[in-house]
Design a protein around this ligand. Structure first.
Ligand SMILES: Cc1cc2nc3c(=O)[nH]c(=O)nc-3n(C[C@H](O)[C@H](O)[C@H](O)COP(=O)(O)OP(=O)(O)OC[C@H]3O[C@@H](n4cnc5c(N)ncnc54)[C@H](O)[C@@H]3O)c2cc1C
Length: 406
């Protein structure tokens, strides 16, 4: 879908397009195309971040005073769309889009001055310590305990507990973490938001392999971990409001439709060169065409909803619980399109190559094509879309309650 862009926005789009044509490294683009997991590896993500940072565009959603571009919501949409069309990797969200807005909205002056530049420079790599065994959908029931200790001079918390499904904790040197500071009050009121240094004794990270065999998530154990009180964001007991703020950004902080449209277009184009087993090409097969059309309609509808949310943000309103709708639709479409890739490649798309990373020079050559090589692990890993950031059922509950007022 094309929105009617102003002449200024068209000039901006052309500027972004020109930049991407020359500045997106071929290795980064290849890394993005051959990554079967949800997040690209840090070596790909950080390389792309460094290019954008050098241009001053990495903080494209950040306020100017913290090193951001100050772009309008429409400019941010154009940027994301052009990045998707150019085949750039998704930006690693954990520092840039999840914890950064919490820090600049709720953090102290010292936290802003210390942490925000380190996110842009790539010095810090963050992971998200929210979920625990037994506390996922019911996040407010979390048990990881932080006890205040002020002996020995410095004011600090001693943290004990465990976090699970922690994306890229094995790469991270920092974790933003929800902890229980008061077990005696209503469960939401006893939670605080801490910034944890991962490089200290007492933290151990155990891998959890995905269905496709990728190491993307972990369980993190915290045993007498020390966190200075100065690394608590906001007041003690105020962490739940920050968690809700962060989750809204996680669900709706970016537009999903442009990337989904790009992936669908790639599959549709590849179908012209794919035999249908009956002497014709798959692109002419009515069943295939129906499936592609169905997904395309879904992507266009999502694009419209995301643009409506952008219009709200442009008027100064927060994204709100409607982001649950975009998260739910985008997750379903992601899985639908990854299933289409299996359909496209037939038997070749069912092979499960275990070598990682697939973009490495020593990765085995694909039996059929790189698209086929990545299809099965991507399909398996994208099952996670309807779980992380809150499951589809949780999003449906939020939509029913907060959007529809049921
Ligand atoms: C790949 C991946 C990456 C992740 N990364 C992170 C991360 O970096 N940091 C982090 O903190 N967490 C992360 N998560 C965790 C994720 O947020 C949780 O898995 C998710 O919130 C679901 O929680 P749960 O796994 O405990 O499932 P449960 O909450 O036990 O849910 C089990 C089932 O019950 C359903 N259900 C539960 N409650 C309700 C209800 N009230 N109404 C209807 N149905 C309900 C759910 O929809 C689901 O189908 C990640 C998860 C995955 C899969």
């Amino acid at each position: 879908m094309d929105i009617a862009l102003s002449p200024e926005d068209i000039a901006f789009r052309d500027d972004v397009r020109g930049f991407l044509a020359t500045a997106l490294p071929a290795a980064v683009k290849k890394g993005a195309a051959l990554t079967p997991s949800v997040f690209v590896e840090p070596e790909i993500g950080q390389a792309w971040n460094a290019v954008l940072h050098a241009k001053g565009w990495l903080g494209y959603q950040w306020p100017v005073e913290h090193g951001g571009t100050g772009w309008s919501p429409v400019q941010r949409y154009i940027f994301e769309k052009e990045c998707a069309l150019a085949g750039a990797p998704n930006l690693t969200v954990l520092g840039l889009k999840l914890v950064a807005p919490v820090i600049w909205t709720f953090g102290s002056a010292a936290q802003k001055a210390f942490y925000l530049p380190r996110i842009l420079s790539g010095e810090d790599y963050w992971c998200q310590g929210f979920s625990e065994p037994g506390s996922g959908s019911d996040l407010a029931s979390l048990q990881c305990r932080a006890v205040r200790a002020s002996d020995g001079g410095a004011d600090r918390y001693i943290v004990n507990g465990s976090k699970i499904w922690t994306t890229h904790a094995h790469h991270a040197n920092r974790m933003f973490c929800l902890v229980r500071t008061d077990p005696t009050v209503r469960k939401q009121a006893g939670i605080s938001f801490l910034l944890v240094d991962m490089d200290q004794p007492g933290i151990s990270v155990r891998p959890i392999l995905t269905a496709a065999g990728d190491h993307e998530v972990n369980q993190v154990f915290l045993e007498d971990v020390v966190v200075p009180v100065s690394d608590r964001v906001g007041e003690e007991g105020a962490g739940w409001a920050m968690a809700k703020f962060l989750l809204e950004n996680e669900r709706g902080g970016s537009c999903h439709a442009p990337k989904l449209a790009y992936d669908l277009d790639q599959l549709a184009a590849a179908a012209s060169g794919q035999g249908d087993g009956r002497g014709g090409v798959l692109a002419d097969d009515p069943q295939w065409r129906r499936k592609v059309a169905r997904s395309r309609l879904g992507v266009e509808a999502l694009d419209m909803i995301e643009l409506r949310i952008i219009a709200e943000i442009a008027k100064g309103r927060p994204p709100g619980p409607q982001t649950s709708l975009t998260k739910l639709l985008a997750s379903n479409l992601r899985q639908e399109i990854d299933l289409l890739a299996i359909d496209l490649h037939g038997a070749a798309g069912l092979q499960l190559e275990s070598h990682r990373p697939l973009y490495a020079p020593d990765a085995p050559a694909p039996v059929a094509s790189w698209g086929a090589q990545v299809a099965a692990p991507r399909y398996l890993n994208s099952r996670a879309w309807t779980i992380f950031g809150g499951t589809n059922e949780v999003q449906a509950n939020i939509i029913a309650r907060s959007v529809l007022g049921l």
